[in-house]
Design a protein around this ligand. Structure first.
Ligand code: SF4
Ligand code: SF4
Length: 398
């Protein structure tokens, strides 16, 4: 069975290609957000189409239309926007209303600026003032080249992103982590070289490489991709409506909600039956079966997995070989946790620190029994989260 190389660094040849604006987009709507538009409503690019219903000062969240058009459908997990209707006879064509550039962005700072960024579609909720900020400049997974592509081609946008975050967060220090041997800098950052071999590229291990500490209290991390998005908002002063996606060694910029099929067409890829398709990378991506699914800001990649490239996982019994334990960067016992999940012993999984799993997928990758180890662990996490949510809603009189 052929397996992929785990080095993530790659030679970047081309530049970022823009996908033509599609006629139809299917914009993913996260569960906690509610649509605020109706079917057949005309929307302008950048207009808010979904938001968190219970808005508190720090509980903002918005999704914006990524094209001008008409709301065609409201699905449980997405909103479909299609072309504008043709003008009626004797009437002018409808003109969708787009938001004006947010000029306040230049004068705001601190919390007010963080909240404005949230309104413009950039999630700053995991970043805190005055902490050390680590920028993860390593490509996230083997075959996904977005971080190095952005570092090579969008230096000014990344600089704009750093300058805006400096105003919003006043970080104590900013460290950029890039692959060993790479000589890259971004405005105001100290560069640190680190291993690019997966899973060393995932956030907790990048923080360790940058600071020498595990889970330090005063450190936040942001990916180069998210920094680029901050920079785009700083440059345009408009809501974020685009996504950067890596496909087959090329990088594309497309409106959020662009169908996977359109991206595959732009990349010149044909989705044959001997390939599986994942939204995301080969290690952490999710298999998809419907190519009309739209990409989100966090999709990062569309991966075509050749037949034979990955072992077909099955609910095979664990042979207790310990390979997954050796591969696990979180130093937990994936095999045992997967067996707890398999037999619905989720409380035992909690006692054995299932929450410490970094979701890197290495356990599934190395398992000689081809067990879906990570998938079992994710199941345990979901069941525990549901259990906790139920307990949290219990009232004393119940
Ligand atoms: S996905 Fe598997 S290998 Fe990775 S941290 Fe979780 S248990 Fe460990
Ligand atoms: S690698 Fe697979 S078979 Fe071996 S202990 Fe882990 S889960 Fe069990």
């Amino acid at each position: 069975m052929m397996k992929i190389r785990l080095n993530t660094s790659a030679e970047i040849k081309g530049t970022i290609q823009d996908i033509p604006v599609p006629d139809v987009v299917r914009i993913p709507i996260p569960k906690k957000l509610k649509p605020v538009v109706k079917k057949k409503q005309i929307v302008g690019c950048g207009q808010v189409i979904a938001e968190i219903s219970s808005k508190g000062a720090y509980n903002l969240g918005f999704v914006h239309a990524s094209i001008d058009g008409m709301v065609e459908d409201i699905l449980p997990d997405a909103l479909v926007i299609g072309p504008l209707p043709p003008p009626k006879e004797g009437e002018d064509a409808v003109t969708p209303t787009r938001p004006d550039p947010c000029t306040e962005l230049d004068s705001l700072s601190g919390e007010e600026l963080c909240r404005k960024l949230l309104e413009l579609g950039v999630d700053t909720s995991k970043l805190h003032a005055t902490r050390t900020l680590v920028i993860n400049g390593l490509n996230p997974e083997p075959g996904i080249i977005i971080s190095e592509q952005l570092l090579q081609n969008t230096v000014e946008t990344l600089k704009a992103g750093v300058q805006l975050l400096e105003r919003a967060l006043k970080p104590g220090a900013i460290t950029l982590v890039v692959a060993a041997g790479r000589n890259v800098t971004v405005h105001g950052c100290t560069t640190v070289n680190a291993s690019d071999t997966y899973p060393a590229t995932i956030d907790p291990l990048v923080i360790y490489a940058a600071t020498g500490a595990e889970q330090p209290a005063n450190v936040d991390i942001i990916s180069v991709l998210d920094l680029y998005y901050v920079g785009r908002v700083a440059e345009t002063k408009l809501p974020l409506t685009e996504s950067i996606v890596s496909i087959s060694g090329k990088t594309f910029r497309a409106p959020v909600g662009t169908a996977v099929q359109e991206l595959l067409n732009a990349a010149g890829c044909t989705a044959k039956t001997d390939k599986k398709i994942a939204l995301g990378g080969p290690m952490r991506g999710e298999a998809i079966f419907d190519l009309s699914i739209g990409i989100s800001k966090n999709s990062k990649a569309v991966t075509l997995v050749e037949e034979g490239f990955f072992p077909p996982v099955q609910p095979n019994p664990c042979i207790n070989c310990g390979e997954c334990v050796l591969a696990c960067p979180a130093r937990i016992q994936p095999g045992m946790l997967s067996r707890f999940a398999e037999f619905k012993l989720v409380d035992d999984a909690r006692k054995q620190h299932v929450e410490a799993c970094l979701e890197c997928g290495m356990c599934t990758f190395v398992c000689p029994a081809n067990r879906p180890v990570l998938q079992y662990i994710l199941l345990a996490k979901q069941l525990l989260a549901a259990q906790d949510a139920e307990v949290a809603t219990c009232r004393l009189q119940d």
